[in-house]
Design a protein. Sequence first.
Length: 123
Amino acid sequence: MQPRLHPLAAPTSSSKARAWVALVLALLGLVTLPAAVEVSRRSTRIGLLDAGYAIPLAFLLGLVALIMARRARDNLRWLRLREGGTGVASAAIILGAVTVCLALTAALSIGFYELVLAYQHSR
């Protein structure tokens, strides 16, 4: 005889898995920029401005994590679970937002640096 599963078992497990994947993506995005800076510091061929190529990757990882985590949290809240699971999704939302903000800040800093260089060369 087959064990009878709860009707919300599949949506619950997929939402919890989505929350964990979002958390991992947010952490990867958060680590991307410092790792790129460290690689540029240790390498003789890669400069600090070359580390800027990691900014779009960090931005995309943070954005995908943010979207996945919000969806997972909303699904878990909609299912009204007593055993939780929304804490991981909430942490992923916070880390995803921080990652997106750091990537945007890094992009703005490189943009302003290039603007200053262009201004200096025009004088």
